[in-house]
Design a protein around this ligand. Structure first.
Ligand SMILES: NC(=O)c1ccc[n+]([C@@H]2O[C@H](COP(=O)([O-])OP(=O)(O)OC[C@H]3O[C@@H](n4cnc5c(N)ncnc54)[C@H](O)[C@@H]3O)[C@@H](O)[C@H]2O)c1
Ligand SMILES: O=P(O)(O)OC[C@@H](O)[C@@H](O)[C@H](O)[C@H](O)CO
Length: 385
């Protein structure tokens, strides 16, 4: 069995690659980072160091690696004979890997079962986004003469959860990760022939799991990052050790818990246990995770269906005015990491646009939305500084 995995970064090597390897797949890593691919191609194995409670070291071996920029034809050929394709490149990069996947699909023998495609990104239904992009490339010519896309590929949404920080320089290919992990996959598109991945959980209704993960783990994480950044702290665990930051993060998760319980019917006590578990993961002192990594790409994180506006807008639509979520968004507007392209772009937008235009462009909330005025006020306050 062969899996082609796009994105050999933190979660690619430290989670998806590891679970696919443990499931018995030969993993072919595809990435555009030349030095990383050369290192992987030259290596026989790398180690995943799981730190925290019950630490362990896992070895990943038997993989290959290709540069999907300079060795595109080879990647296309691998996809043509693969069983599974996964991605962990970032939601905004899916449009770049889609044409390569489309060409690989077009080259498949009709005798092969459909390729099983799963995007492992922090976004609601990321595989649907990838599917749309592949469909675009297919219809634009990649699939010419190859029949119907849906006959050669199956697309399944997933929710992936494991905190994998940026790795310390000098660590080579080895990856330090937390011990916790969860990979939840929508079973329904596979028509009874889902891939066998023992580390993954297959469910019939993924929607509540994705939202629970994004609006608890990622909303809480990003809140810790932005409040921690405002407090001048560098590590997430240090931010969570600050009682003021921890209280604000807790308040944010109280609001998303209220939404998740009301919307999806999660049992309140179970959701509270989930929140507690996540807060304890953020405090893991063995994980050198930074507020800059977790706060990265604030424009994406302030998007309409993302970790802040997503739950805050739904609460507002239900007649509840969020308070802590708005405070976290106010902190996000002040994340001015000059090394982060999106933080720089956010600062430019805040400087150049009037507040109403900035709300629409950053959050895509329409002016008539019940949350619009509150977000506009946050932006006015930020602009006035
Ligand atoms: N790190 C985590 O804790 C974590 C956990 C769950 C989900 N995720 C999600 O996984 C995705 C990747 O995150 P990460 O932390 O591993 O980031 P990362 O930056 O460590 O890895 C991304 C990799 O994608 C590669 N890449 C960029 N453009 C590419 C292209 N066109 N083709 C192929 N490869 C390309 C980069 O070179 C890099 O190696 C994101 O969507 C993130 O939200 C991350
Ligand atoms: O990857 P992002 O930028 O969407 O979010 C940053 C972190 O919150 C994220 O990578 C978490 O570590 C991860 O989602 C945990 O499962």
């Amino acid at each position: 069995m062969k899996a082609v995995h796009f994105g050999a970064g933190n979660i690619g090597r430290g989670f998806v690659g590891l679970l696919l390897h443990e499931a018995g797949y030969e993993v072919v890593f595809a990435d555009v980072a030349d030095a990383l691919i050369s290192q992987l191609a030259a290596a026989d194995s790398y180690e995943v160091h799981e730190v925290g409670e019950n630490p362990a070291v896992k070895t990943v071996s038997g993989f290959r690696a290709l540069n999907s920029g300079t060795e595109e034809a080879a990647v296309v050929a691998e996809i043509a004979t693969a069983d599974v394709v996964t991605t962990a490149v970032g939601p905004h990069i899916l449009k770049f890997v889609a044409p390569v996947i489309a060409r690989g699909l077009a080259g498949r023998s009709p005798s092969l079962p459909p390729l099983q495609i799963m995007a492992c990104e922090n976004a609601i239904n990321a595989t649907d986004l990838l599917h749309l992009e592949i469909r675009g490339a297919w219809d634009a010519g990649a699939g010419e003469g190859a029949g119907k896309l849906d006959a050669v590929a199956v697309f399944a949404n997933t929710a992936v959860d494991r905190i994998v920080p940026n790795q310390a320089p000098g660590q080579g290919l080895d990856v330090t990760v937390e011990t916790f992990y969860e990979w939840v996959i929508d079973r329904t598109p596979f028509d009874g022939k889902a891939p066998v991945i023992p580390g993954a959980t297959f469910v019939d209704e993924l929607g509540p799991y994705i939202e629970r993960k994004l609006f608890t783990v990622n909303t809480g994480h990003a809140s810790a990052a932005y409040f921690g950044y405002a407090a001048g702290l560098e590590k997430i665990s240090d931010a969570m050790a600050d009682s003021g930051v921890a209280a604000k993060v807790r308040a944010v998760l109280e609001e998303t818990k209220q939404l998740l319980v009301a919307k999806h019917g999660f049992v309140e006590a179970e959701q509270e246990a989930y929140v507690q578990k996540i807060l304890s993961r953020f405090t893991n002192p063995h994980l050198a995770d930074t507020v800059n990594r977790v706060g990265r790409a604030p424009l994406r994180k302030l998007g309409r269906h993302e970790r802040f506006i997503g739950p805050a807008a739904e609460l507002a639509e239900r007649g509840v005015t969020p308070v802590a979520l708005l405070e976290a968004m106010a902190a996000a507007l002040r994340f001015d990491d000059g090394a982060d392209d999106e933080a720089v772009e956010l600062a430019r937008m805040l400087a150049e646009m009037d507040s109403a235009e900035a709300v629409e462009r950053i959050t895509e909330l329409p002016p008539a939305h019940p949350l619009f005025a509150q977000v506009q006020k946050l932006i006015e306050d930020r602009k006035a500084e």
